[in-house]
Design a binder for this molecule. Sequence first.
Ligand code: ADP
Length: 260
Amino acid sequence: MLTMGLDIGSTACKCIILEDGKNILGRAVVSSGAGTVGAQKVYDEALAMHSLKREDLGRLMVTGYGRFSFETADNQKSELSCHAKGIAFLMPTVRTIIDIGGQDAKALRLNAKGMLDSFVMNDKCAAGTGKFLEVMAGRLNVQTEELGDWDAKATEEASISSTCTVFAESEVISKLSMNVNLANLVAGIHRSVAKRVAVLAYRNGIVKDVAMSGGVALNKGVVRALGEELKTEILVHADCQLAGALGAALFAWEELCKQA
Ligand code: ADP
């Protein structure tokens, strides 16, 4: 029996097709956030990949910022619960999750059963989110996906003192004009994100194991800097960006089992 989890984020839409509540059959990511276009696209792509139709899905659960706008879904669930569920499935030893998405950052604590215990979030300010990194990458004329590789080439970190995105952007422009090394600048930008997110994480308390989820977890430079700030190893699963969609598919499976 198949279930689908659809995570309609602010920046990207993610989809997981799950078989019998345990095997990931399909995954799709579309870089287009809330609104029906990205959601419909990722949903269509995931179904087409396995020549499936809506009737083949036992249940469809939707989560994320845009979860109230997808009418094909059977039910919806908060992204906090879904991220917790997805990461607990992928990495059962994890007790702390740092989820950095396109426009917000969250720190979540899980209990020993993998259920959400507490969380804190920043959804008021772009600093410490994927948006900040996208703005900086644009200024540096590199792809957001390349930031991790640039970070690995840094010999030292160029310090970015402003926490505000707008002021930090001016600082980056000024450093570029002074010919500061690009890799060192990228490493400094990652440090700035890590410092910001570490405040959030410490406020919620750090219990090992610690993992990152969300699209920004794919940036090895942010993972490095955050690990240094939190003085702990940070686990990252290859499906980190799809954790919310996976959690939704798992909740869909649980609801299906209850109905049977
Ligand atoms: P949301 O759920 O808020 O839409 P996601 O968790 O999907 O956000 O993360 C989107 C963010 O992840 C974007 O800011 C994007 O730039 C970043 N991102 C996605 N893929 C990569 C990658 N390969 N390397 C670095 N950053 C990435």
